[in-house]
Write a protein that binds this ligand. Structure first.
Ligand code: ZN
Length: 409
């Protein structure tokens, strides 16, 4: 065991899933209101190297099997590091926690979800500080660009509440950077295989118009990752030739898709949910789903707990969508994707959306308003099933149902 830790670590533990029967404790996830993870690049004098701080109760203070709030703050400094690297360093929390025997990490940002199993506890893993120490150890051994690192773990819900607004601002600022950059403006896309431990045929293609499925890595982040860790899970994809500008098919993307999916797939449409849609891992922020009755699409995000208009919940649908497959009419995606003018453009784009959770409709109001469909899209408050959906769409004259949306040619 490395350096006296109570848990072994390495990529062999990445696919470990922790089921209820073997659960010791869980942090974040759907049962916990406030949780987040944030990496910040600071100046050397602001980082006390190898300092691990825990604010709030520790493992021994919690009830076994319970779910608790947690924030993980990773502060780093290094002469070669700039702000561009933050999202990438932050995403490694996912990888390194999964490297740790007996630990599991899912999702990202304010949706993160960690689990620790019984066996790990039995081996003497008694303090959350040890998770901080393991992360610190893995960061410094895997990323030489990091010269100093301090990690703060917060389990005090009040403190998390106080820190969360800043984290949300940082996430938004990162997302906004790519909003004016288009796929045609760059020669290089990026690929991410961080999710292959769970979805072996999955490759997230990251372009200016397409954030990674997890919603945590945009094109700028991809560029930074490929630079700071060229051998790492995020790498450059030369775009190659544009085979189909409407569907978003690129020869360079097809080639990498084939190489990295063990030849399971050799074509990807970046701008369509049909024929050769992008693969879906398991950590996608949302699912774009086809609704046959309306011949339109709905979108459901991970945080939406109820049934969608087709009677399925997010988690039910995720089971049919995930695993690294291309599923026609089912697209695991990052929510920021909704802002792109290329979002399923071959299929009619945002104008073909006929159902949204209220929260998502509000969050992306501007984009739906610009397309003239904001008032035409019902939410869980307006319709409960596809009969009510069709009635609503006809009553308001949704442009897709009214036949007013022309597909690009
Ligand atoms: Zn993923």
């Amino acid at each position: 065991m490395a350096d006296g830790f109570h848990a072994d670590m390495g990529p062999q533990y990445e696919g470990e899933v922790i089921r209820k029967e073997n659960l010791y404790i869980e942090f974040g996830g759907p049962k916990v209101a406030r949780k987040f993870e944030l990496a910040t690049v600071k100046s050397p004098e602001e980082v006390e190297n190898e300092r691990i701080e825990l604010i709030g109760p520790d493992l021994k203070d919690f009830t076994e099997g319970g779910s608790y709030p947690l924030a993980i703050l990773v502060d780093v400094a290094g002469s070669e590091l700039d702000k561009d690297a933050e999202a990438i360093i932050e995403r490694r929390i996912h990888m390194f926690t999964n490297y740790t025997e007996g630990w599991y990490h899912m999702n990202q940002r304010q949706d993160m979800w960690l689990r620790m199993n019984q066996d790990c506890h039995k081996k003497g893993f008694e303090s959350l500080r040890e998770l901080g120490e393991i992360l610190s150890f893995l960061y410094t051994s895997e990323l030489s660009i990091i010269e100093s690192i301090q990690i703060t773990l917060v389990t005090d819900d009040k403190k998390i509440e106080e820190l969360l607004p800043h984290a949300l601002e940082v996430y938004t600022a990162r997302d906004e950077r790519t909003r004016t950059l288009r796929d045609e403006d760059v020669d290089t896309f990026y690929g991410c295989v961080l999710c292959q431990s769970f979805a072996p045929t999955h490759l997230s293609v990251i372009t200016p118009d397409r954030i990674a499925n997890c919603g945590a890595i945009n094109w700028f982040d991809g560029r930074s990752a490929a630079k700071i860790d060229p051998e790492g899970p995020i790498f450059a994809i030369p775009k190659g030739d544009l085979i189909d500008p409407i569907k978003g098919e690129y020869s360079g993307v097809n080639k990498i898709e084939s190489e990295r999916s063990m030849a399971t797939y050799d074509r990807v449409y970046l701008y369509s949910a049909f024929e050769h849609p992008h693969t879906s891992c398991g950590c996608f922020e949302a699912i774009v789903f086809y609704i046959p009755e309306a011949d339109g699409f709905g979108v459901v995000n991970r945080d939406f707990k109820g049934e969608t208009v087709i009677g399925e919940t997010f988690s039910h649908m995720a089971g049919d969508t995930s695993g690294g497959r291309q599923v026609e009419g089912r697209l695991g995606t990052g929510l920021e994707q909704l802002m792109s003018p290329k979002f399923i453009q071959a299929d009619g784009g945002r104008k073909r959306i006929v159902w949204l959770p209220k929260e998502i409709k509000e969050r992306y109001k501007e984009a739906f308003e610009a397309d003239g469909v904001y008032d035409k899209i019902p939410t869980e408050e307006d319709v409960k099933n596809t009969d009510e959906l069709m009635e609503f769409l006809e009553k308001v004259g949704h442009p897709w149902i009214a036949g007013e949306v022309e597909l690009p040619e």
